[in-house]
Design a protein around this ligand. Structure first.
Ligand code: HXC
Ligand code: NAP
Length: 306
């Protein structure tokens, strides 16, 4: 069931959605499901070839009998289309250009998914200041540039837009060895909660999801390189005992950007199989204690009364 699409019809048919970093990984999986749910989708990132091949794959893979995906050059179908746009989220002029191309193609837009990210593992003292900037600029600056440009457009046009930010669970716990990413994501968390209040008067909602481990080439190659993967299996830390399926994240994202979630704003929803909570509880590692050991420990602890 958890690998199945959630919506039964074109629930996102009125949505025109920009997904930053939408040409790979989780961004592409969300794009696929949003298209299947009837939305028009823009995927925006730096690499033209990656975007174009993703757009081709998405067009070819869509199975939607009511609204089949057609070539982006056919303006007669007004939803279920995909537009790839080359855009570096760190450059405000490119962000504005992405919005312009979106509006030229689809007439307007009402949904933004801030998904683009940069990350790698490293002891912090080994980083140059440029390495720190490289990650924070993509994650935080990229998110507030897109959010600002979208918000200005929506407020001026009186559009009740909505934003979904893709965080991580260490946005609120912090984490060693990915410190620039943790700083950037924590900033995006603050952006989410702050603007949820400030822009509610314009009808703009802003939420976030905090995924746990969802295998993607981008994340796994940088965070769990082969030698490390042999030593630590990410799923071992997860109470539910497995990593996430992309469709599970796409279902949650689709719900939050849909009008079914009209009363939800400023919320951060974890989808991690219980991983961060397991790491947080001081006695969680006692699950290694066998029933026989528990018998012995109980006798010892009760014995302290004497
Ligand atoms: C130390 C590094 C480094 C590394 C780059 N740098 N990689 N330092 N360790 N592994 C340094 C460089 O030496 C340089 O500093 C500076 O960072 C900029 O490097 P560039 O290669 O010029 O940067 P750029 O081309 O902008 O690429 C950005 C990037 C790259 C972040 C470094 O990895 C990238 O493009 N990533 C995009 C995709 C991605 O990261 N996806 C994973 C998201 S996963 P100097 O001083 O030498 O000039 C995620 C999930 C988290 O966020 C949770 C999972 C459970
Ligand atoms: P990914 O495939 O590497 O996605 C990152 C995307 O960001 C790429 O498409 C990349 O495209 C784009 N990007 C990077 N720098 C950019 C820039 N300057 N301008 C525009 N686009 C840029 O990794 P992923 O695992 O799918 O991650 C997607 C999101 O999920 C990220 O926010 C990540 O933090 C979050 N997340 C992932 C996991 C996981 O387990 N996978 C867990 C928690 C959170 P270009 O290189 O073409 O620019």
């Amino acid at each position: 069931m958890h690998t199945q699409p959630m919506f039964k019809d074109n629930a996102l048919r009125d949505k025109i959605i920009i997904i930053t970093g939408g040409g790979t990984g989780l961004g592409k999986s969300m794009a696929r499901y949003f298209l299947q749910s009837g939305a028009n989708v823009v995927i925006a990132s730096r690499k033209k070839e990656v975007l174009e091949s993703a757009a081709e794959e998405l067009r070819a893979g869509i199975v939607n009998p009511d609204h089949p995906i057609t070539d982006t050059n056919q303006p007669d179908t007004n939803y279920g289309q995909i537009l790839p746009v080359v855009c570096d989220v760190r450059d405000y002029a490119q962000v504005e250009n992405c919005l312009k191309q979106t509006v030229e193609k689809f007439g307007s837009f009402n949904t933004l998914v801030n998904n683009a990210a940069g990350n790698f593992i490293s002891p912090t003292e080994r980083l140059s200041h440029r390495a720190f900037d490289a990650v924070v600029d993509i994650v935080l600056k990229g998110s507030y540039y897109f959010t600002l440009a979208a918000g200005k457009y929506w407020i001026e046009k009186k559009i009740k837009g909505n934003i979904l930010n893709i965080l991580t669970t260490y946005s609120f716990t912090g984490s060693a060895y990915v410190v620039p990413s943790a700083c950037g994501k924590a900033g995006v968390l603050a952006l989410t909660r702050s603007l949820a209040v400030e822009w509610a008067k314009y009808g703009i909602r802003i939420n976030a999801v905090a995924p746990g481990a969802f295998p993607t080439e981008g994340a796994w190659s940088r965070l769990f390189p082969e030698p490390l993967r042999k030593k630590m299996d990410p799923s071992e830390k997860i109470p539910i005992g497995r990593v996430g399926e992309h469709q599970e994240l796409a279902n949650l994202a689709a719900y939050l950007i849909s009008d079914f979630a009209a009363y939800i704003t400023g919320e951060i929803i974890c989808i991690d199989g219980g991983e961060w909570l397991k790491g947080a509880g001081q006695f969680n590692n006692l699950e290694m204690v066998t029933p026989e050991m528990w018998d012995m420990l109980e006798r010892m602890v009760r014995g302290t009364k004497k």
